[in-house]
Design a protein around this ligand. Structure first.
Ligand SMILES: [Zn+2]
Ligand SMILES: [Zn+2]
Ligand SMILES: [Zn+2]
Length: 303
């Protein structure tokens, strides 16, 4: 079981999940635990000879009932695929799976915040290459969603709505858009190629989206990720974070998906060092407008 402690100095929770030390670390290609189970072969996490999308409890959970949840979402049984290479239909189906998990986990009394995310690439600590994401059901409201709710309070209205309006007015940081979603490098991006995929309409969560909006969201996410891969012609590492309303019923939110890629050039990683770790201030050597121009071209190439 994991243990939670509050850091008094920072006013934040820290989770000790020591059992995670034992988790599978970059297994050989033919021992992938996220593959389908081949008839007569060793059992994987998914006891079926084929599957489309699979969701199950993380065997090495950071949170577990009755104090939260940790789930794994496998996007496909094709080990060598990625979110960007899924068919449009599969990517759209994934949005419905996300929505279902948000509803089901969010209905639990022990879960205050449902966080859907993907870590891609060894650069962000991935231990399994098979295309998959994760969901944590936090038994508290974590600091970043909380900071976004405080931005709403400070501005006296939905901050993502206001920031999106600014991006649409200025346009220079927008890298892609469709009927329902707009993708831009934010005005004050921390990472060189950070991008936010924001619903045009005020939608607190996936549950508030029309089917066409879920389809458009999937499309925008895929276009961005393919653009990332085209940027340096290599699989592009990132952390993908889906931000939605907390499930306490006490707050709103505005569905958006943030990407934090650690690369600043094809070979160079951005490290969180003195200023970022010790003072909490990001120092970036790229202007968001310049990154946006480069990323816009890459998205056109990657289409
Ligand atoms: Zn696999
Ligand atoms: Zn809004
Ligand atoms: Zn956010």
């Amino acid at each position: 079981m994991s243990e939670r402690r509050v850091s008094e100095l920072r006013g934040e929770e820290v989770v000790y999940a020591v059992q995670r030390q034992e988790r599978t670390f970059l297994p050989a290609r033919d021992h992938c635990p996220l593959d389908a189970t081949r008839p007569g072969g060793p059992a994987t996490e998914i006891p079926f000879p084929a599957f489309e999308i699979a969701v199950f409890d993380n065997r090495f959970p950071s949170f577990e009932a009755p104090d939260g949840a940790a789930e794994v979402i496998v996007y496909t049984d094709d080990h060598d695929a990625s979110f960007g290479t899924l068919t449009a239909a599969r990517a759209e189906a994934l949005m419905w799976v996300w929505r279902h998990r948000y509803a089901e986990l969010g209905a639990r009394a022990d879960i205050d915040y449902v966080f859907i995310f993907e870590n891609r690439g060894v650069e962000v600590g991935v231990t399994l290459h098979h295309p998959h994401g994760q969901i944590y059901g936090y038994p508290f409201l974590p600091p970043i969603p909380l900071a976004e709710l405080l931005a709403d309070e400070r501005r006296g209205g939905c901050a993502p709505c206001a920031l999106l309006a600014r991006e649409l007015a200025e346009r220079e940081r927008i890298v892609h858009e469709n009927d329902a979603a707009v993708v831009y490098v934010p005005y004050a991006a921390r990472w060189a190629y950070e991008a936010h995929v924001v619903m045009r309409a005020h939608r607190p969560s996936l549950l508030d989206c029309e089917p066409a909006e879920l389809s458009a969201l999937a499309s925008a996410l895929q276009r961005l990720v393919r653009g990332y891969d085209a940027l340096f012609q290599r699989p592009f590492p990132y952390v993908m974070a889906v931000h939605q309303a907390p499930t306490t019923g006490l707050h709103e939110g505005h569905l958006h998906v943030e990407f934090y890629p650690p690369l600043r050039t094809a070979e160079k990683l951005k490290y969180l060092a003195g200023s970022e770790q010790g003072a909490g201030t990001f120092i970036s050597d790229t202007l968001p407008e310049e990154s946006a121009a480069t990323l816009r071209e890459a998205i056109a190439r990657g289409a």
